[in-house]
Design a protein around this ligand. Sequence first.
Ligand SMILES: Cc1ncc(C[n+]2csc(CCOP(=O)(O)OP(=O)(O)O)c2C)c(N)n1
Ligand code: SF4
Length: 305
Amino acid sequence: MAHRVFPREEYLLKGHVACPGCGAAVMLRHVLKALGPNTYLVIPACCTSVIAGPHPRSAFRVPVLHIAFAASAAAASGMIEALEKLGKPANVVVWAGDGGTVDIGLQALSGAAERGHNIIYICYDNEAYMNTGIQKSGSTPHGAWTTTTPSGNPGFKKDLPGIMVSHRVPYVATLSPAYPNDTFAKLRKAASMRGGLKYLHALTPCPPGWRYDPSLTIELSRLAVETGMWVLYEVENGVFRLTGPSRALLEKGKRKPVAEYLKLQGRFRHLSPEDVERIQRMVDENWERIAEMLKEGGEHSSEQG
Ligand SMILES: Cc1ncc(C[n+]2csc(CCOP(=O)(O)OP(=O)(O)O)c2C)c(N)n1
Ligand code: SF4
């Protein structure tokens, strides 16, 4: 994607109390710069509502509705309908964690997608319920330690972007804090599409939850993409496209070994070489599926999910 110049304006202000190296805070800053001041946030219970408000003090320069977990997408639906009736179109954006999205908020998200409300829904995915003490969510990856999976998650990460593609929403995209230009272009595109729900899913490293040195957040975000564990793509009106550096990773030899990503994180420290090999196979199989899809003409229709 073309190089973008980020606006200098800040909408996530100094004084928020995110942990040093919080990937979610980096992503939120990029997202708000791309969307600008005509933006209303809807935020359920999660780290962001604690570290940046709205209560007891707010670090946001845009209005925020803090809402019960299960209701985010429903509240945003009501908000956009009211604003459009008043003749005041705006970006109405849900910003929710993975627990609040793939588990607790999924029913309201699915309903809003089905009804086609003109909202942007962003899941920042730190792959566990971090704010309450690192419990496993439906987005925790296979093998990862959490306080509720002390010997490693036996289950598998839910593919929420894939679930949203199957809702036939007009736009689904994945994001990474290491690639702000990619984020910027995708958010601008989502904001320019007026009809239907736009779903964006960001992988946001969390130093205390993933057990790594806070200085490594951007390096880890980049490694997630370079190893192929996290794929940057967009699905626009049913058409699938790889974006950013993921475009060059179709061949197995171009991808770094997943071990490079896993070994930097304490949550994967207990894995055996066989466990790492299994995760490598899962990643390679996912890329084989992507290659098959692209061979069929680069189109990924919503029927193929
Ligand atoms: C209905 C309800 N259940 C549980 C809680 C407690 N709670 C607050 S934040 C949170 C974790 C949210 O996890 P996630 O959505 O992944 O966001 P993160 O904390 O990782 O930023 C939980 C369980 C709550 N506030 N409301
Ligand atoms: S626990 Fe993780 S997601 Fe929450 S503020 Fe700290 S670094 Fe960010």
